[in-house]
Design a protein around this ligand. Structure first.
Ligand code: MN
Ligand code: MN
Length: 296
């Protein structure tokens, strides 16, 4: 990794970490999930970062790929476990970080196990480390506490304008010998649950990304493409487009773009048995003898 890339990763990491800490006080009973997401996205821009993906506000068994819809009226309740996942990029170099807040105060053990799993995973990161050993450590810490990791979600390598690139960092043991290499940028994100330990897709999607623009006669669809193209494949929220296109027309445009293969949808993921799920995530750069956490 050259100096400029490293500098961009560090800058993105610093902004992501500052915004994450700033955002904690937003996560309180009565707060609207939509407001939390929009305030965090505005703060990223205000601090000089670019938004790497729509801010996720996941409540209880909602595990990933949920960003509030433009008219989402959901408010946090004092019985909720809430996860906030945010991403910042500088010239395509991404910082991806997440945390959970247990408003119910009934899941302290779950949260603690998940945080410990993340710390243990980060401790293991160095050139030559086996991805399988990281997954094993995460699995053992979470199961020893009486919970399950989400087995079909994983951390991931990142590259310029690529949120999920190359290597996966699993939360369970895996039967391969893939190794971590110096210079990799990795997002490490153990999820812990009191449910089944697996996520399933819902029918709803709020997060999308641009694949290859196909010709369309729908003018709104062309507006969406023009708005999203500069993101170079990074995900976006349908909500962002409602500032340009009224919701009903936008729905038609999105349907058009999905059916002709211009867009990819990321359906919201739920815990299979409706367990509550926590998530903690940091981005690291692999150094000669360990790693640097950019989102510390
Ligand atoms: Mn994330
Ligand atoms: Mn991630």
């Amino acid at each position: 990794m050259d100096e400029k890339e490293l500098e961009n990763y560090r800058k993105a990491g610093k902004i992501a970490s500052n915004v994450r800490e700033w955002s904690r006080e937003l996560v309180s009973p009565g707060a609207k999930a939509l407001d939390i997401a929009e305030k965090i996205e505005a703060k990223i821009l205000e601090m000089g970062g670019m938004i790497a993906f729509p801010v996720n506000v996941c409540i209880n068994d909602v595990t990933a790929h949920y960003s509030p819809k433009y008219n989402d009226e959901t408010r946090l309740e004092k019985t909720d476990l809430v996860s906030v996942d945010l991403g910042v990029h500088i010239d395509g170099y991404i910082a991806d970080t997440a945390y959970s807040v247990d408003l119910s105060r009934k899941n302290a053990k779950l949260i603690k196990a998940d945080q410990e799993a993340l710390s243990a995973a980060i401790e293991l990161v160095k050139p030559g480390a086996l991805v399988a050993d990281i997954g094993k450590a995460v699995y053992e810490i979470i199961t020893a506490a009486g919970y399950k990791p989400i087995e079909n979600l994983a951390g991931h390598e990142m590259k310029q304008y690529e949120l999920h690139a190359g290597l996966s960092i699993p939360n369970i043991q895996v039967p391969h010998k893939l190794e971590i290499e110096e210079g990799m940028a990795l997002a490490i994100e153990p999820f812990a649950t009191d449910g089944f330990g697996k996520v399933i897709e819902s029918k709803q999607a709020e997060i999308f990304s641009l694949l290859i623009p196909k010709p369309t006669r729908n003018r709104d669809a062309r507006t969406v493409i023009a708005e999203i193209a500069p993101r170079q494949g990074l995900p976006f929220a349908e909500r962002w487009m409602t500032k340009k296109i009224p919701p009903l027309r936008l729905d038609l445009a999105m349907r058009d773009l999905l059916s002709n293969g211009t867009l990819r949808a990321y359906p919201t993921l739920h815990e299979k048995e409706k367990g509550v799920v926590s998530q903690f995530e940091h981005t690291v750069i692999v150094t000669a003898d360990g790693c640097e956490v950019t989102t510390k």
